[in-house]
Design a protein around this ligand. Structure first.
Ligand code: KG4
Ligand code: ZN
Length: 345
């Protein structure tokens, strides 16, 4: 079985996954509360917390799977992109475990990890989102492709750090068709949530608040940039002005409408571009992964897409172990000098 480790941002995560993609355990310890008071992740605080949590989280993952370290035959770990200090904690832990047991180690790219969340056996039936057909939902509902998914497919990866359209021809390799020119979709959600007085990270809270609002109340523009790229920074400014123009008492009454309209604009941009990209490469199947894939409106707006299960949308280690199945392992002890990387660019 594969031990997966993920510490690229503010989640300390460990998971055990079998070679054929069954999840035996998937433990995620989020540091969100720790960073909330700063309104964002503080890198040095994150690294120190990873250091405290990494061993107990691995122990818990082994316990939940009813396994011991002796049962692990490969260690997969995120080596980038992400916060460099945070990544180094997971990598050092992975090296120590692999080296002590003479196991191979697989360096995993975090973005490949998100895509590989689609290659896992779903734990249970995928939850059915019943938010009703909003605008943008296509009428003829086909049965979405079942998981695990097999390439080729077009993948929208939308998270707090990235917004990418990927042409996935085989597991472990992907071609970037488009990306964001400024903020990531998750970042747009988080910044909008902050303007509406919600906590950090606010994507999920904004999603909840939007359910009580009218998505047509405000018309927020989304920049149309050439090609298959995205731009979300103007949208955030539009929300800022809308909030600023409202007297305090009225703002309270309009918060749900603002949230719903803002979410609608982000989801529209994501859906439009995804369909355009699918058409441009003649993709027959479309998939959505990453933290923003948990968004209820996005999920119901792409009923024919394969959606990462909710538990695997935000950062976790099961997806890292899954990706490790398709990447090149480094045999013992060749990985001792392996380094982490903050960004691919
Ligand atoms: O994939 P992820 O855990 O971390 C990165 O790799 O960045 O994504 C986290 C992002 C955050 O921006 C969070 O606000 C957003 O995903 N998110 C959501 C929802 N749940 C999480 N955004 C919109 N709606 C949600 N339900
Ligand atoms: Zn992520």
């Amino acid at each position: 079985m594969i031990l997966g480790l993920e510490t690229s941002c503010d989640e300390t995560a460990a998971a055990l996954v079998t070679g054929d993609g069954r999840i035996l355990s998937n433990v995620v310890s989020s540091q969100a509360d720790l960073h909330a008071r700063y309104g964002g992740v503080v890198p040095e605080v994150a690294s120190r917390r990873h250091l405290e949590l990494v061993t107990p989280v691995i122990r818990e993952a082994l316990g939940e799977a009813g396994a011991e370290l002796g049962d692990v035959d490969t260690v997969g770990v995120t080596t980038g992109p992400g916060l460099i200090g945070a990544l180094l904690v997971g990598l050092a832990a992975a090296k120590a475990i692999a080296w002590a047991r003479r196991l191979p180690l697989v360096p995993v790219d975090h973005l490949h990890g998100h895509v590989a969340s689609l290659y896992l056996e779903p734990a249970a039936e995928r939850p059915v989102r019943d938010s009703g057909p909003g605008e943008g939902v296509r009428g003829n509902r086909e049965v979405p492709p079942r998981l695990p998914l097999e390439p080729p497919f077009l993948c929208l990866l939308a998270s707090g750090g990235h917004t990418l359209l990927l042409d996935v021809q085989e597991p472990g390799s992907q071609r970037v068709l488009g990306s964001t020119l400024d903020d990531a979709a998750g970042e747009a959600f988080d910044k909008g949530a902050r303007l509406l007085g919600l906590g950090y990270p606010g994507g999920a809270e904004l999603d909840r608040l939007a359910r009580d609002g009218d998505a047509e109340a405000y018309s927020f523009p989304v920049a149309r940039v050439p090609g298959l790229d995205f731009s979300f920074s103007g949208l955030k400014t539009a929300l800022l002005y809308a909030v600023r123009d409202l007297p305090a008492e009225e703002l309270e009454q309009r918060r749900a409408d603002l949230a719903a309209s803002y979410q609608r604009a982000i989801v529209r941009a994501l859906v439009e571009r995804t369909m355009q990209a699918a058409e441009s490469i003649g993709a027959e199947r479309t998939a959505v992964v990453g933290g923003v894939a948990a968004n209820s409106e996005l999920r119901s707006s792409l009923p024919e897409a394969a959606l990462a299960p909710l538990a695997l949308c935000t950062d976790n280690a099961a997806m890292i172990a899954s990706a490790a199945r398709f990447a090149e392992p480094i045999p013992y002890p060749g990985y001792l000098a392996l380094d982490a990387y903050a960004s691919t660019a």
